[in-house]
Design a protein around this ligand. Structure first.
Ligand code: AMP
Ligand code: ZN
Ligand code: FE
Ligand code: FE
Length: 282
């Protein structure tokens, strides 16, 4: 029997993952994970179908989300945990972000057409379950059409340095932090290991995050260590998650990073108390 493991960073078909929510919960349970959070990009739709399965399997499922934000033209992802699933602000926010995502995808498609790689919107939408569309869905449609052979190759065009790149219109980090805290949830800086610009890191470390994702995917211990030290110094929480996406990102293996029991319990307790409060308000 190993130590308690809660994978708190996973995607489903409700954003750009390839596994449906119900199956993800079952896979996590079969792997022997003790708890899970689904953190789709700008969507909490997965919980409608995932929560009943988790309850049946008696697997604690912590509501979470991965918000796309911007800081100085850099894309920053923030994980939020512990909000109530009945929080209408969160539902409203997700709807707004999802509309913006669709507009961005249309703009990227225009650029791809100019580069000689036309795609119909419907072809791209067929890869998404119409909840929270993103660039990986475009990448999959490009592969199907035979324009390129891999997701990585697609990002040479649609990645931030590519000729068909269009930046997302996302809230600032500060706005997202205010929003998360208004929902009485925890704000965690996602995969800080991936942020390269020193100035951006400096700025982020001055902001009121509650924690950072110190254990990410299959990152070696030495790459995480710097961030574990930062969290310790700032008295921030440390979470861990795999960033599982299914086939579309096959190297991110479910359960490859995890959050410890103490931190998980703190986050889960907040979810329970927010849910109680929400219920008594209704
Ligand atoms: P979007 O939310 O539309 O901006 O797309 C961002 C998602 O695309 C990320 O969460 C990753 O899953 C994926 N992604 C970003 N860069 C790459 C890359 N170079 N290769 C493959 N997938 C990527
Ligand atoms: Zn993703
Ligand atoms: Fe991310
Ligand atoms: Fe992610």
């Amino acid at each position: 029997m190993h130590d308690f493991r809660a994978d708190l960073h996973c995607h489903t078909t409700c954003s750009d993952g390839t596994v449906i929510p119900e199956l993800l919960v079952k896979q996590a349970h079969a792997l022997g994970l003790n708890a899970l959070s689904i953190t789709d990009h700008d969507s909490i739709d997965a919980y409608q179908t995932a929560m009943p399965v988790a309850q049946e399997l008696k697997m604690p499922l912590l509501p979470g989300i991965e918000l796309s934000t911007m800081h100085k033209e850099e894309s920053i992802h923030i994980l939020a945990y512990g909000f109530s699933l009945d929080n209408s602000d969160i539902h409203h926010f997700c709807l707004k972000q999802q509309q913006k995502r669709l507009i961005r995808v249309k703009a990227i498609l225009q650029r791809l057409a100019k580069e000689g790689m036309p795609l119909d919107e419907e072809e791209v939408l067929s890869f998404s379950s119409k909840h929270s569309i993103g660039r990986p869905h475009i990448a999959m449609a490009m592969i199907k059409k035979g324009y390129i052979c891999s997701i990585e190759e697609a990002f040479k065009y649609i990645g931030s340095k590519g000729s068909c790149y269009v930046s997302g219109v996302y809230p600032s980090v500060q706005e997202a932090l205010e929003f998360i805290h208004k929902a009485n949830a925890f704000a965690i800086l996602a995969h800080p290991q991936l942020i390269k610009r020193r100035k951006i890191i400096q700025d982020l470390l001055e902001m009121p995050f509650d924690g950072l994702e110190g254990y990410y995917a299959r990152f070696p211990r030495d790459q995480n260590e710097k961030w574990l030290a930062v969290a310790l110094k700032k008295n921030w929480l440390v979470t861990g998650g795999s960033d599982f996406h299914g086939e579309v990102k096959a190297h991110s293996v479910l359960g490859s990073s995890w959050t410890n029991e103490e931190t998980f319990n703190l986050l889960f307790k907040r979810f329970k108390s927010n849910s109680e409060l929400q219920r008594s308000d209704q």
